[in-house]
Design a binder for this molecule. Structure first.
Ligand code: ZN
Length: 339
């Protein structure tokens, strides 16, 4: 028997990807035409999303989001995205979803979640990938709006909605303002995470930990600016949803070799790799793993460890977690890829 020369794919898991931000330009163009939505200026000549600074990125994101009008549109979005990362080796993903975005398109919370869930079921049927959803409130809409999102999520439980989070402009609103919303979500059994330490500094990570009872931080990389915060993350086992490609695209760091992900890992922080808004940032989940392995010299075992960390921190039931960890163990036992 000849042994395959193709390297065995590292199983991957993604905890931080905004579903509207994961929409491929092809799907957005198709739905724009189908739904009669004007997307003038959204695309560059090469067909990719066109933006050059943070404000333009937000405008492009909103413009792309507007083509999704029906539950069926969202089904196509989640199914397409999950199939694409399953091809890259993903066995698990948590999709960050924003009812405020869906409401802007005239869709109810139930239709939004129902449409996305159908895509998750279809992708699982086709590829075996497991997925869950994290509902986020938008911090620059204020504490009342985020509490309304929390109330909606807890009043209408869905088996695939397993997490609650906070997104939006980190410069707006102290985490203390959102403590009540997070308490409601936590009491309902949802896993908790919040964006911090991306555009704001290490103190924003401390504030999220102090006031929001989160077990994970979205990004959190700027914790590196304060040794005490890094030590706290490591000691308390807080998991960082690191999105290197996003940080590079938005200019936080000039090149991957200057990104603190490896320093944080070596300091004992629990690290995962994520794509955030992949087609906007010219990245994919697979490229995040490959780029870090290449740049920081991570072994296959270290990459598998990233996936184990993500599954350990996943907002899923214990049966699913056990099944996913067994899949990683099977891959770890597979013959190593040729050099
Ligand atoms: Zn994000």
């Amino acid at each position: 028997m000849t042994q395959s020369l193709a390297p065995a794919v590292v199983p991957k898991a993604e905890l931080h990807v905004h579903i509207e931000g994961a929409a491929s330009p092809e799907l957005v163009r198709e739905l724009a035409q189908q739904n009669g939505v004007d997307v003038t200026g959204l695309f560059a000549e090469d067909g990719a999303y066109a933006w050059s600074d943070f404000t333009q990125f937000l405008a492009a994101y909103d413009s792309a989001s507007r083509v999704f009008r029906t539950p069926q549109d969202y089904t196509r979005l989640s199914e397409t995205y999950l199939r694409s990362i399953a091809e890259q080796g993903a066995i698990y993903a948590e999709l960050t979803i924003s009812p405020d975005h869906a409401a802007a398109a005239g869709l109810s919370y139930a239709d939004y979640v129902g449409g996305l869930a159908e895509g998750i079921y279809r992708a699982r049927e086709a590829t075996g990938i497991e997925a869950r959803m994290i509902v986020v409130g938008v911090r620059h809409f204020g504490a009342r709006a985020v509490e309304q999102v929390a109330a909606q999520v807890t009043a209408r439980p869905h088996p695939l909605v397993t997490g609650f989070g906070l997104a939006g402009d980190e410069a707006e609103g102290h985490p203390a303002n959102f403590a009540r919303a997070f308490r409601m979500a936590g009491e309902a059994g949802l896993g908790l995470t919040a964006h911090a330490g991306e555009t704001a500094g290490a103190e924003s990570v401390t504030a999220a930990l102090d006031f929001l009872q989160v077990s994970r931080i979205g990004h959190g990389v700027r914790a590196i600016e304060d040794t005490a915060v890094v030590e706290r993350l490591a000691r308390d086992g807080i998991v960082l949803e690191v999105c290197p490609g996003s940080n590079l695209a938005l200019g936080l760091y000039g090149a991957l070799r200057f990104h603190p992900v490896n320093l944080l890992r070596r300091a004992g922080c629990r690290i995962t790799l994520n794509s955030d808004d992949p087609p906007f940032f010219g990245t994919t989940l697979g490229e995040e793993y490959e780029g870090c392995a290449r740049t920081f010299g991570w072994s296959r075992e270290q990459c598998l460890d990233i996936t184990r960390t993500a599954i350990g921190a996943a907002f899923c039931d214990e049966d699913t977690r056990g099944h996913l960890l067994r899949a990683v163990a099977d891959a770890a036992g597979a013959p190593p890829a040729p050099a």
